[in-house]
Write a protein of this length. Structure first.
Length: 540
């Protein structure tokens, strides 16, 4: 059986990696050649500016950009010049191109990808199937997704502490595995798709030198396992699980086979059962103290807020934090995923599929679909108490990468669970500002707001008493002392502890002794997270 994927040649691929670097086919190389405007358009999947910028150029970076990013047939002579020692024949042998009539035709997308870690910038190459904007017709049902918006969201949100064992569940082209190998000693990558695992293996071999892998013995650090969800790793435990699962809610039909579904997004389960079942099963594969981070969709009805729907799914876990980033209507949802697979190119199929989506959602009284991020953690012991249990909407733009701020929030939650707050000394975080509004001539402000300039960029409303408390948090007095002083000044009892606790958890106030540690932890997480401007996102 042929998988119709690039071949993982452990000898030829290292030579290709070096040739691509020499050709300056890197994130910076492509951006510099195209220019800011054309490069930005390419990231929006608009190809015409890049086509114009590369037209007629024989520079290696231009030739490779036209071939792999724009999927333009390219003369064999130009490919031989761009990649000496590899050339068109080598690319064909690897299965990256097809040779026909003196031209090389791309069979896969091969694009530069870069991120920062504590040792500097890491420049990689990532292969996947050609996306909808690079090829005609509807996507193949076993399409292997490349570096898209969802995969970048997960990579930028993943807390990158050093771990022994990590699991990339639903690896696709392996982008999360490439990140995990920088801070996990062993990584297991699973997928139901044999093609996806083949692409992952190709990308591991292509980037083996930069990832510290032995091309002849990948299994020393990476295990590739085929199967659905957690089936391939039953009985194992991991310190970290990351997953961009096939969470898309698509209509099911009687007698539908797996071959009729898009494997990169459809799980074959009705409604949001994929996410609910996965969240309930994850604790079984987490080691004590282990955590999981994943993306997901959930259905929302008028009778039940999304928080009430999702909360039972994580009842078996010690700590959880669910952030809903977006809510859209059934119509918007259908349009998004029909466009994603280019199903609009078949007018009849598009109309039929659109109708199926709306009827499917109506059958369950679904009025909206939420998209968000989930963080879970298993307690170190069976008797461990929960320190973090949050469900919140954050639909505004966040600072990216967001992982350092998520990590700091988890640390603060743990600190609050073991600290007598009355005796703690707090300071205001450096990115926090205060905003006051009052009517002209009014003696006192009617609205007092605290705003975060970084991280999750929250805004919170303060009472006059709480604003006075925050203004006194300079690390000199304890929480109990400040509250007592305010109570004496106002000549009445105050109960601010619960509100102060929330301000600490949200990052407006920080433990004084943890200021330096907090800054260092953020800096370390920042260095281990993908640099947003260094990626080339795709809407898939």
């Amino acid at each position: 059986m042929t998988l119709d994927v690039p071949l993982g040649d452990p000898i030829l691929l290292p030579a290709l990696a070096r040739a691509l670097e020499t050709a300056e086919y890197t994130v910076d190389g492509v951006a510099d050649f195209l220019g800011e405007s054309a490069y930005a358009a390419l990231n929006r999947e608009q190809l015409v500016p890049a086509l114009l910028a590369t037209e007629g150029s024989s520079q290696p970076v231009a030739v490779l950009t036209r071939l792999f990013l724009l999927a333009e047939p390219t003369a064999v002579e130009l490919l031989d010049q761009a990649l000496p020692g590899i050339g068109a024949e080598g690319l064909a042998k690897l299965g990256l191109i097809e040779l026909k009539d003196g031209l090389g035709h791309a069979l896969a997308d091969l694009r530069p990808y870069a991120f920062q870690d504590d040792q500097g910038e890491v420049q990689l190459q990532v292969a996947s199937d050609l996306a909808a904007h690079q090829r005609p017709g509807v996507l193949r049902r076993d399409h292997v997704l490349g570096i898209g918006g969802a995969s970048l969201t997960l990579a930028q949100a993943t807390i990158r502490n050093p771990v022994e064992k990590a699991l990339d569940l639903g690896t696709g082209c392996g982008i999360q595995t490439l990140h995990l190998l920088r801070h996990a000693r062993q990584v297991t990558a699973t997928d139901i798709s044999e093609r996806a695992l083949a692409f992952t293996r190709f990308n591991l071999l292509l980037n083996a030198e930069l990832l510290g892998l032995n091309p002849q013995h990948l299994e020393e650090r990476v295990q590739l396992k085929q199967g659905s969800l957690l089936e391939p790793v039953q009985g194992e435990e991991f310190d970290l699980v990351v997953s961009n699962p096939p969470f898309v809610i698509t209509p099911r039909h009687r007698g539908e086979s797996a071959a009729e579904q898009f494997t990169y997004r459809d799980a074959g389960l009705p409604g949001d059962q994929l996410v609910s079942s996965l969240l309930q099963a994850l604790p079984a594969v987490l080691s004590p103290g282990g955590s999981a981070q994943l993306l997901g969709n959930w259905e929302i009805s008028a009778a039940q807020p999304w928080q009430q729907r999702v909360e039972p799914w994580v009842a078996g876990i010690t700590d959880c934090w669910v952030i809903q980033r977006e809510e859209i209507s059934p119509e918007q949802y259908a349009e998004t995923w029909l466009q994603d697979a280019s199903q609009g190119r078949d007018a009849t199929s598009y109309a039929d599929s659109y109708r199926d989506y709306l009827q499917d959602f109506a059958a369950r009284n679904v009025q909206g679909i939420g998209f968000g991020m989930v963080w879970l953690r298993r307690g170190r012991t069976e008797a461990a108490l929960s320190t973090l249990h949050r469900f919140e909407d954050l639909s505004h733009p966040l600072e990216q990468p967001i992982a350092p701020y998520l990590a700091a929030a988890v640390e603060r939650a743990d600190w609050l669970s073991t600290t007598e707050l009355a005796t703690a000394k707090l300071t205001v975080a450096e990115d926090v500002t205060e905003e006051r509004h009052q009517r002209p001539g009014a003696e006192h402000p009617g609205v007092i707001l605290l705003r975060q300039g970084a991280g999750l960029r929250r805004t919170t409303l303060l009472s006059t008493e709480l604003a006075g408390f925050v203004s006194a948090c300079d690390g000199t007095l304890s929480v109990g002392q400040i509250e007592a002083a305010l109570a004496a000044l106002l000549d009445r009892e105050l109960e601010l502890f619960d509100q102060v606790r929330e301000l600490v958890l949200d990052g407006f106030l920080l433990p004084d002794e943890a200021q330096d540690n907090h800054a260092n932890a953020q800096a370390e997480q920042q260095s281990n997270a993908p640099a947003e401007h260094k990626s080339e996102p795709r809407a898939e």
